[in-house]
Ligand binder design. Structure first.
Ligand code: FES
Length: 110
């Protein structure tokens, strides 16, 4: 089990607790976190699940891999930071208990 805090675009935090096997995107969608649109359903085709991982956590979540980074860079309107990740690509586990992520004010094409 992992408790995750999403900082929504207006600055409001939302604490969510996962079920076994969820991705970070699924947790955000299930809890109606503002700004996690996830239009492609986790297929790494839309980047509307983009978040900035709190810098204190980026070494634990890991950074975006080559394909994920390429996806982020290919879509206009994504403010890419070193801690940018597609939340559909992050599997939640106990090691991420306490994770904090920030949802950007805008997602591409939304
Ligand atoms: S849900 Fe579309 S890229 Fe993550």
């Amino acid at each position: 089990m992992a408790k995750v805090t999403f900082i929504q675009p207006d600055g409001t935090p939302r604490e969510c607790v996962n079920f076994e096997g969820m991705t970070l995107m699924q947790l955000g969608v299930a809890n109606l976190v503002e700004g996690i649109d996830a239009l492609c359903g986790g297929m790494m085709q839309c980047a509307t699940c983009h978040c900035w991982i709190d810098p204190a956590w980026i070494e634990i979540t890991g950074r975006a891999g080559e394909d994920e980074r390429a996806m982020l860079e290919s879509i206009e309107g994504v403010e890419i930071r070193p801690e940018s990740r597609l939340t559909c690509q992050i599997q939640l586990g106990e090691e991420l208990d306490g994770l904090v992520v920030r949802v950007p004010p805008e997602q591409p094409g939304v």
